[in-house]
Design a protein around this ligand. Structure first.
Ligand code: FAD
Length: 836
């Protein structure tokens, strides 16, 4: 039996973009000039400013426009889309991938006047900003609140938050705190035809903010961003360690990870970089072959303990000297030398090519020595700096653009670096993006089907290819193909595949026979065949030095944690329901008990494999900490309840399991609302703060773990004692079991009574609250609940009853519904997986 699919690529379209002809462009610009006059910039000299980015290439747009309001931007998009005119969003133009270059002309729209910080709400740990706000300006605005925005690209003084979000930018602090994608909770944007969309992490079953983050301006133009912010640690410590070889330095990085430490910065400079930086800036760096620059943060007590621990570990790896910064000025000096690495390299030649690749951390040494070999092979001086804790390297290649031979060698060296990173299971870009520069290297990481899936997302958002065309996703041709699925087979009502291949064949049979499949747990269609993945529970790869594990989706959460216990590691997600398989946990993507401290579940999923509704096997993400190669596809599948594909494999990021986990419970009945609010405020706005804070019944529950336990205990106990509030302290493992079994009872009760149940993850009333529709175990996320305590509520579709009466929750606006339908059509055209 042959299956025909309609949208599978065989050949890439050459990078020719079919746009408007000269007359259409002229008509479009005339229409815009009629409204905006000479604010539509067409003068060649003035257009120069919009013709470049931080690469050395130039492309002149047909026009540029500095938008002053969303309404103006919407008008530009409406007119441009009528004529098929490309529109390229631009922040500061500091990207290093050709991302803002108007390669086929069009209008460059500058967002730099969208620069309001609209709100800073420390109680919900969120800020709302316009996309033109410069990263450093937000940091300054957060300072008086004792908060910070962790992603800190070296370009933070010039780059905008719109640019940071669109590139999924990283920086030195990402080793502990994660990249920009970990911090975007909401996005307002305009689609290519000017239609506004509002995307919020907690309101929809598709993680739209997650999909838009890192999308390089090809899906929508962002007009407002809601970002998670964190309280700043009260104290930091900085340390520099010199090594006789880069291999020793990289081994020390593994040693630090193995010693279960998480510095807030872990940077590496190789000998070539040190030799270049030294004459440029005397920061007292030793004459070593490599240097590690490390920062730790926490309470003063914990910082001292961490520094001491680090010194012990580093000495085991022959670090000499080890210099601890004596004061903040000294620390600043050490860090400034690292920041000047690019400037110093720029003294060697008129141009510096900045490369950006990521490999699994334990393979950093192999990658670094490969870069050395390449530098010798092509007779180029390559300086390498690395965010070593993330396995993210920046080989810097100074070159002279008028020396054709050197340029040729530089290109070859560049390609060899990308090829090696991909070969080692890494990424061709960890933080700088694809733009146009790495477009044709994407096949090093993805199969034709995977590339086509990314392109399908672009087409679902922007079918006329208006927004930043020719960037970020590999252009593919829509051709049809067929594959043989063998003879037609009757499918059982309960299917328990023994292998992923068997599951794939089942899905293909279901596709051909138009049968619905549903995961055992998500009983959506009464006439569907149920699929149970309990035989797919292998651990496929465990890499403790990399802090990653790759598992099949049928493995249970409990089995995973007990496996990790043996190695003193953990997957820092504490689900509301125990005994779930990891596949269903990820497909649901719910808030979890340690959401406050460890962030959402999606932050801990590095990659996944799925089988879509046509039987295509797709794999996105790798066992690396940073990856912005193409669209962030796992975000389409996390939390979308299996509607686009069945998850078969997951790559999870791990953390050291701290020796002690403690729960405090405070009885609400003995706290008045003022006390409650000030308690919660204090916990949320203080670093490091609890990892979990939730309300259940009459109890406020506080969960703490981590390096800073003694100071956390002291802090919590002080607050309670000061307010005369009694508390109980328990071993966390017990209380979690109790919490979960109490929840189970409540779910059972809700199921019997055909009702839902409100549970505050994060303290109510301003928390993300999860309401379970117990009838079919589907669920809705309700942004705010009504009370400090537990409530019963009834759910019917997306109506929720709280103290305000019935409310209709707008789960997705109609523009997003249209995009969802296009995605469904691509990934599951026969509706094999049904609508959840
Ligand atoms: C010296 C130097 C150091 C750097 N260091 C780092 C680093 O440490 N880490 C790192 O990750 N990067 C770094 N970069 C790269 C760059 O600064 C980042 O990619 C940054 O996020 C780009 O911000 P921008 O405002 O300049 O965006 P732009 O370059 O203007 O745009 C970047 C992309 O985002 C899109 N875009 C911009 N605004 C919007 C919007 N509102 N809506 C939709 N799309 C939009 C653009 O179309 C483009 O595709 C560095 C660059 C330089 C020059």
């Amino acid at each position: 039996m042959l299956v025909s699919l309609s949208t599978v690529p065989h050949q890439p379209i050459n990078n020719q973009i079919l746009g408007p002809d000269a007359q259409q462009k002229e008509e479009c610009l005339c229409a815009l000039t009629q409204r905006f006059g000479d604010r539509i910039i067409r003068d060649a000299d003035r257009l120069l400013a919009y013709s470049y980015d931080a690469t050395s290439q130039r492309h002149r747009p047909d026009a540029a426009f500095i938008a002053e309001s969303e309404e103006e931007l919407r008008y530009v998009l409406q007119i441009a889309s009528q004529y098929g005119m490309p529109v390229i969003a631009r922040g500061s133009g500091s990207n290093i991938s050709g991302g803002t270059l108007p390669i086929s002309g069009g209008i460059v729209v500058s967002l730099t006047h969208f620069k309001r910080i609209k709100s800073i709400d420390v109680r919900s740990r969120q800020t709302r900003v316009e996309p033109g706000v410069v990263n450093a300006r937000l940091q300054e605005a957060l300072e008086p609140y004792g908060f910070f925005f962790p992603p800190d690209p070296a370009s933070h003084r010039i780059s905008t938050l719109g640019g940071n979000v669109s590139e999924g930018s990283g920086g030195p602090h990402c080793v502990k705190y994660g990249t920009t994608s970990h911090y975007v909770t909401g996005i307002k944007a305009l689609l290519a035809d000017g239609t506004p969309i509002i995307c919020q992490e907690s309101l929809s079953i598709i993680d739209w903010p997650g999909l838009l983050t890192g999308s390089e301006g090809i899906l929508a133009i962002i007009t407002e961003i809601t970002l998670r912010i964190l309280p700043k640690a009260p104290s930091t410590g900085t340390l520099l360690a010199g090594f006789q070889s880069v291999i020793d330095a990289v081994s020390a990085v593994s040693g630090i990870v193995r010693a279960q430490m998480i510095p807030s910065t872990l940077e590496l400079l190789d000998k070539a970089t040190l030799d270049t930086v030294r004459p440029f800036m005397d920061a007292g760096y030793p004459h070593s072959d490599a240097v590690l620059l490390i920062e730790v943060d926490g309470s003063p007590l914990s910082v001292q303990a961490q520094l001491q621990h680090l010194v012990n570990v580093l000495q085991q790896y022959h670090a000499d000297p080890v210099i601890i910064a004596e004061n903040p000025e000294h620390a600043h000096q050490l860090m400034a030398a690292r920041r000047s690495a690019y400037g110093a390299a720029a003294r060697l030649a008129s141009h510096v090519w900045t490369q950006d690749v990521t490999v699994p951390r334990p393979l950093l040494a192999e990658m670094m020595s490969h870069v050395l070999t390449i530098s010798r092979r092509y007779a180029l001086a390559i300086n390498t700096v690395a965010h070593a804790g993330d396995g993210n390297l920046h080989p810097l290649i100074p070159y002279h653009p008028d020396d054709a031979d050197e340029v040729e060698r530089m290109r070859k060296a560049d390609h060899a670096i990308l090829q090696k990173a991909a070969e080692l299971g890494g990424s061709i870009t960890g933080e700088h993006g694809i733009g146009i520069d790495k477009l044709h290297e994407l096949p090093l990481m993805y199969s034709p089907d995977e590339l086509a899936a990314m392109y399908a997302i672009k087409m679902a958002f922007d079918p006329e290819n208006i927004l930043n065309p020719g960037k970020a996703v590999y252009p593919v041709q829509n051709t049809s193909y067929t594959h043989d699925v063998g003879p037609e087979q009757a499918l059982n009502r309960l299917i328990q595949p023994r292998s992923v291949d068997e599951l794939r064949d089942t899905v293909r049979q279901a596709y051909v026979q138009k049968i619905h499949l549903t995961l055992d747990k998500h009983g959506v269609h009464k006439d569907a065949c149920r699929v149970n993945l309990s035989h797919l529970q292998d651990i496929l790869d465990f890499d403790p030095d990399n802090m990653t594990i790759t598992v099949q989706a049928g493995l249970s959460y409990t089995a995973l944690q007990s496996f990790l216990d043996q190695y003193r590691l953990m997957f820092p997600v504490i689900p509301l329901q125990k005994d779930q398989t990891l596949g269903s946990l990820v497909a649901e993507g719910l808030p979890h008990l340690a959401h406050l401290g460890y962030g959402p579940l999606k932050n801990w999923i590095l990659g996944l494999s799925v089988i879509d509704g046509t039987g295509r096997q797709l794999q996105f993400g790798r066992k690396i900490m940073k990856n912005v190669a193409g669209l962030d596809m796992p975000k389409l599948f996390i939390g979308s309840l299996g509607q686009f594909g069945m998850i078969t494999t997951l790559i999870l990021r791990l953390l050291p399991k701290f020796p002690e986990q403690v729960i405090y419970t405070l009885d609400h009945q003995h706290i008045n609302s003022e006390q409650y609010e000030s308690l919660v405020h204090a916990f949320i706005t203080t670093a490091p703060g609890p990892q979990g804070l939730w309300t259940m019944g009459n109890h406020l529950t506080i969960y703490v773990d981590g390096h800073d336990l003694p100071s956390q205990h002291q802090y919590i106990e002080q607050i309670c004692d000061r307010g005369g509030i009694s508390y109980q302290r328990h071993d966390a493992l017990d209380i979690l079991a109790v919490t979960q079994s109490k929840l189970d009872t409540l779910f059972d009760q809700a199921r019997r009574e055909h009702s839902g149940y409100v549970f505050g993850v994060g303290p109510l009333p301003h928390s993300i609250t999860t309401a379970f529709h117990a009838l079919d175990d589907s669920l809705w996320i309700v942004p705010e609940a009504s009370d400090n305590g537990v409530q019963q509520l009834h759910l019917n579709g997306c109506r929720v009853l709280n103290h305000n009466g019935w409310q209709v929750i707008n789960l997705a606006d109609s523009s997003l519904t249209k995009i969802t339908e296009r995605l469904k059509q691509y990934f599951d055209p026969q509706n094999v997986f049904g609508h959840p």
